[in-house]
Design a protein around this ligand. Sequence first.
Ligand code: PEP
Length: 252
Amino acid sequence: MRKNIVAGNWKMNKTLGEGVDLIEELNEQLNGTQVKCEVIIAPPFYLLPTATQLTEGGVIKVSAQNCADKESGAYTGEVSAAMLKSAGVSHVIIGHSERRAYYGETDETVKTKVELALKEGLTPIVCIGEKLEERESGKAFDVVKGQIENGLFGLSAEDFGKVVLAYEPVWAIGTGKTATKEQAEEIHKFVRDTVAAKYGTQVAEDLTILYGGSCKPSNAKELFSMPNVDGGLIGGASLKSEDFMGIIKAFE
Ligand code: PEP
């Protein structure tokens, strides 16, 4: 069954006290209520054990923003999928465009990280999306197709069924420029059709595809109303509880 998800990517924001405050504010508003979507937060690595402890037994699930492309060993500064699992994390964002742009991540590293995450029973939230020049030169469809094929189509249908996709047009991330609901739907439908051609209709129908890129309380409802948009991966608007709650409430 396809899930609706609202996931907050905190990026490199929040000191310990600030992060704890935000989690406590969200817990207060979410726990004990009927929430119509899965709610995930992705704080920086150092906050993950605190976040999993504070959210235990509640509504919020905890994701990492990245994991290593190696299992263990002499890789200074890296954090493995197994370490995330041991901290109680359930999800991991993989291949975010900022990782691709600033840290040299490729479809190849995405593929390796997804395999390592799945091996630990973590749910990968895999980001795909085209840059502005790629959209303007009519290559958006080819770019996302290539990212899916190279990063994910080596998986068995069973493993692919454990993945969440996030379509995040790079030109819409942190820019205030949101894709229109029609632009988002067009790519999401194309992604679902591409997955159906490889793994069959059922796997494609069950796949959750999130939209990401300047999503906020004022535009979430119309984006999420599209048939192939199953929620959002939220950056800036996940840093304040009232904004994040406003997006979660788009599902009511
Ligand atoms: C993101 O980085 O995943 C994102 C969607 O950021 P923003 O919402 O700030 O555009």
